[in-house]
Design a protein around this ligand. Sequence first.
Ligand SMILES: [Zn+2]
Length: 481
Amino acid sequence: MRRLLAAFSLTLIPFFLYAWPKLTFENYFNDHTMRIDYFHTGNATEEIFTIDQIYTYGIWAGNPHHSLDQFNNGKYYVHIIDVASNQLIYSRGYNTYFAEYQTTRPAIEGRKKTYHESVLIPEPKAPFLFVIEVRDKQNVLRPKFIRKIDPGDWHIIREQPGARAQIITVLKNGPAHSKVDIVFLSEGYTQDEFKLFKKDLKERADLFFSVEPYRSNRNRFNLYGVFRPSQQSGVDEPGKQVYRNTILNASYNALGLSRYLLTEDNRSVRDMAGQVPYDAIFIMVNSKRYGGGGIYNQYAVFTAHSPATELVFVHEFGHSFAGLADEYYNSEVAYTDFYPKGVEPTEPNITALLDPHRLKWVNEVNPGKAVPTYWNKNEYDKLSVHRQSLRRRLHRLQLSGDSLKVQNQLKTDMAELEKKLKTFIADHPLKNKVGFFEGAGYSSHGLYRPQLNCMMFSNREKKFCAVCRSAIQRMIYFYSR
Ligand SMILES: [Zn+2]
């Protein structure tokens, strides 16, 4: 059998060498960043792409050893195919604001909306096909947009887009090619608040590296702050009719959710981030209010002065950097179509357990554990549903400004319930075990998370579950070795 295999291989090797020359970075790419900007228009069922501008500038921040994506995550994929050899030379998965818009009521009712998006690739040396693939309902990638691009085309703008900014190097461990390069962008800081930005930046960097696996990988990161002043301090809060003229146009009430804070001004974000070589973007918003958001391979947004939730930004970065899913769920909602039934989600940290013989995090599961894991969910849900109903009542009273006394009582009762939930997790016999715990990805049933608690589940502990830690570690290595 072995001899047969050897003979088989020998005949095939020359063919493979011919058809698939080794994908060395230098053969296909110049060490520059190419930014392809496009418009993404549509509603829940339709989407079209049109190219806006293409820029070539600076150096390439990514890892030349990993031009091809290894994660099979994200609703979208960019594929770069060398025309001469018909070889795939670059790929990357990502998510978009548009994809989230598609799940909202206006989109389902047919209203079209346009988003500006960018894909960053190393600059190819020769003509290539720029392909955007989109997952269908079964999560199978299908090409939706193909355009042949000649890197020598004079329409490509060979300049650094955007005005100059002040750059603060917080941590520099080595060249961009072999490090994870993170950039923090200022949003809602005026010129007078430059010092505050620097202070916030330092604090956030320290907090970031206090969480594993970032702590033990500190030497694999470069970290920059890029400052541009906003005309006004703060950020838009449309739900309160508060509007501020800020540099990146971030806003609460994204997709109608009061705590969801994102920006649709992709061009300004990319112009500002591009002042340094970057793999990942943080948008640091000068606000006290709780809020944030994170989109895989786009950016994470957080507020700098929300003390009760100082680690929300690490949670949001879990989405934007490692493509992690939310592990929390609303105990009252039995199902949701964010993750369609019967389809395995692409994120590494939640599973629909559709095939008991192919478990997603089988290597991390503690032996002898039943699948799925019994964790006395009913007890947890009872407390959690109760707390949610109190929160809704409190929210209604806060909006009307009524009954301060009742509001205070509700706050006390909620704190009491939160204490019980904390104890439930802290004293749970399976606290440190990895298994398949039902309740994840906004769904109380049918989706499972790896551990009882995780930073993608709640902000009760400053700790990712084992599966999320591994996923983040893989991403750190992808950029740095
Ligand atoms: Zn997790």
